[in-house]
Design a protein around this ligand. Structure first.
Ligand code: MSP
Length: 412
């Protein structure tokens, strides 16, 4: 692979429910990066897909009286269909139920064990089945509620294989010191680093009570904890996706802050344990909010991206999300705000500019643009614009890049 390659990923989405606008948001942002790097002539690989194992999916399937595989098949198809609908140009769509992915998970995690980072232990503590995550005492709201889902948590006790995360405390601190670009924006870097510095505890690597997962090759009574299965998608996909070879390590993992710890702590530690090269950067964006809360299926405050696109079109949606919510921060979205941007910026600013310009070219220039010298002031206004936009996109500052362009639209 040449030096000029670029590998970008989205999280793989849970198939316990249909996609909502929050999922579309990350995929759109990743697509902007993929197109930018392709336009510059780089070899690009853009990966997205679905996370299909684990408790959230198994529970949702049982609640609907179907097998997990059936629910996974149905909802994975909806995520797959969302990508072209939002005009995402992903090169592959991974499913964690792909047998090729499952084999890589078994292989890599066996290596982690052979390298001495896996042992048998007992987990005792809080667990949120919706997050598929174990919670420390200080993370539990009001003594027993999930801080994200506001559901009552159960106490779990389970004999599991553990991953010796605590042994990576010092290597992770070194990674953060040597690579300050590993996590962006800076506030998220600080958050991840302070979590590491607060002291890492070992984490369950397998689940004994579940069957919906990748079987543990050395102990058939266990499946791998869904997060380790899921994280490995970024690595496994390249081994069987057509044209995927040679892109590792990833240049940018795009995620929202809900899954920060998995990507900025567990993931690099796991790769170190397996002796695999680390990704270059994790970029963490904020939440799309509705009525002041994170848009999420379990809270019921979601917008359906299919319906929004049918009404406004994919381009308008892409524009709206990157314009209205400063990329990297939380921001409220609503149909009213969308209509407002659509009218004032797309129809008025941009639409009027385009239609007047075209009309004047016909009327005063016989329909020919002769490439004559632009007005001197305008010339100055546009000088260096492509370079400036490219530089911002390289830093994943998507809203700032769009703003540079929009200032010129206004000026014209
Ligand atoms: N399956 C895990 C991720 C595994 S990655 C190895 C998961 N899935 S998820 O379906 O819950 O998707 C979470 C991701 O979807 C977020 O990190 C973000 O990229 C996107 N979003 C979901 N809701 C969102 C908002 N309300 N706002 C912004 N992004 C949102 O976690």
């Amino acid at each position: 692979m040449s030096m000029s390659s670029f590998y970008v990923t989205t999280p793989i989405y849970y198939v316990n429910a249909a996609p909502h606008l929050g999922h579309a948001y990350t995929t759109i942002a990743a697509d902007v990066l993929a197109r930018h790097h392709r336009q510059r002539g780089e070899d690009v690989f853009f990966l997205t897909g679905t996370d299909e194992h684990g408790e959230p999916v198994a529970d949702a399937a049982h609640a609907q009286g179907v097998e997990p595989q059936e629910l996974a098949d149905r909802n994975s198809e909806r995520f797959r269909a969302l990508a072209p609908k939002i005009e995402a140009t992903n090169d592959f769509f991974i499913r964690t139920t792909d047998p090729e992915h499952m084999a890589v998970v078994q292989d890599v995690l066996s290596r982690v064990r052979e390298n001495g980072y896996v042992y048998m232990g007992t987990y005792e503590g809080w667990y949120c089945p919706k997050c598929a995550d174990f919670k420390a005492e200080n993370e539990v709201d009001d003594g027993e509620l999930c801080p994200i889902h506001h559901v009552k948590l159960g106490r779990e006790q389970e004999d599991n294989y553990f991953f010796a995360l605590s042994r990576f405390q010092e290597p992770l601190e070194r990674l953060y010191a040597e690579h300050p670009e590993f996590v962006a924006p800076k506030s998220r870097y600080n958050e991840a680093l302070s979590f590491i510095k607060s002291g890492l505890r070992d984490v369950p690597l397998t689940r004994h009570k579940l069957t919906w997962g990748v079987p543990v090759p050395w102990d058939k009574g266990h499946v791998f904890y869904v997060w380790f299965d899921a994280l490995l998608n970024y690595y496994s996909a390249l081994s069987y996706a057509p044209a995927g070879q040679g892109f590792w390590p990833a240049d940018v993992h795009l995620i929202a802050k809900d899954i920060l710890r998995f990507h900025t702590v567990y993931w690099p530690a796991l790769l170190m344990a397996a002796e695999i090269e680390l990704p270059k950067r994790v970029f963490v964006h904020g939440y799309l909010l509705m009525d002041g809360e994170k848009m999420s299926k379990s809270l019921g405050n979601v917008l359906d991206p299919f319906a929004v696109i049918d009404r406004f079109g994919a381009d308008a949606l892409r524009f709206y999300l990157l314009r209205d919510v400063p990329f990297g921060q939380d921001g409220s979205v609503s149909t009213a705000a969308f209509e407002q941007r659509y009218e004032s910026e797309l129809a008025n600013d941009y639409g009027n500019l385009a239609s007047r310009t075209l009309a004047m070219i016909v009327r005063y220039r016989d329909g020919v643009v002769d490439g004559g010298d632009p007005d001197g002031l305008l010339h100055d206004d546009f000088a260096g614009l492509p370079e400036r936009v490219a530089e911002l996109l390289d830093r994943v500052e998507l809203t700032n890049a769009l703003d540079e362009i929009w200032q010129r639209v206004r000026r014209l």
